[in-house]
Design a protein around this ligand. Sequence first.
Ligand code: AVI
Length: 323
Amino acid sequence: MVAPRLVQEVFTEFAADVRWGLTKPGQKEIPSKYLYDEVGSALFEVITVLPEYGLFRADERLLRQNAEAISAKLSPRPLVAVELGSGSGRKTRWMLEALARRQPTVYHPIEISSKALDQCSRELGRLHNVEVRPVQQPYLAGLLSVAAARQPHEQLLVLFLGSTIGNFNSSAAERFLADVRQALTAGDALLLSADLEKPAAQLLPAYDDPLGVTASFNLNVLARMNRELEAEFDLSTFRHLARYNAAERRIEMHLLSTRAQSVPIPRAGCSASFVEGETIWTESSHKYCPREVIEMGRRSGFRPLRQWIDPEWPFAQTLFLAE
Ligand code: AVI
């Protein structure tokens, strides 16, 4: 007798999130983390050097100018620096050099992408007095594993740079900071970067650059569905849209369907139907006021030590201690 075959469809997390986000009623959406496959991460590296994208340079400037002052605020105990989402690690160099002038420093970049971790290890692996120990995990899981292996006399410094906090919605941002706090011990430190409010006329070109790099970064999520989920998106029928939502104080990135269509996505077990002009919401980038960042940290269990603000491209770095 032939045993009945159990037909079980096993979807990846990506497929499940795509199916949920593109078939639910109302605004279609895809979580912004899916922008960062190998192609998306490479495009994001290009975004960081675009003249219109002032965030990255502001973050780097603040680190370059204040790394000594930041490290002087830390305890003289042996230090373990953990970076949530290191990317290539380019701007972290300033911080690590300052830390390593005071004490031997272990640095754990946490990233999902092995490519980014390799690049980061190459960029920072040769710094004097710095030992790079990459962790290929999601942010919180990686932080928890570093915290579990720490020695009691070590201080942890968590670096959450680049204003990635702005890509969470406000309640999720605070929950995330509270989770980071939970993984730490009183006296550990957090350096948090956040992009600040500025006129829409300055913000919009940063998310809709004339070269079209950000448009490609956004459209790549459709190409990724074609590659990984056998979807049939025709990229020429979608266009990148960046808009400033003044009420919510955030830039929103969308992909707008220029015509009515239905797109099969076999490996997510669904089709996505669009009316002309309908959008997929792919990212939010919140812009803060300086006080708000401090209060958000406070409510998550941190005591603010100092805040530095870049005057050229309003942007804040805030150093907190876990209470
Ligand atoms: C990673 N993150 C802080 C960037 C931002 O500015 O929100 C992602 C990005 N999206 C478009 N350009 C850059």
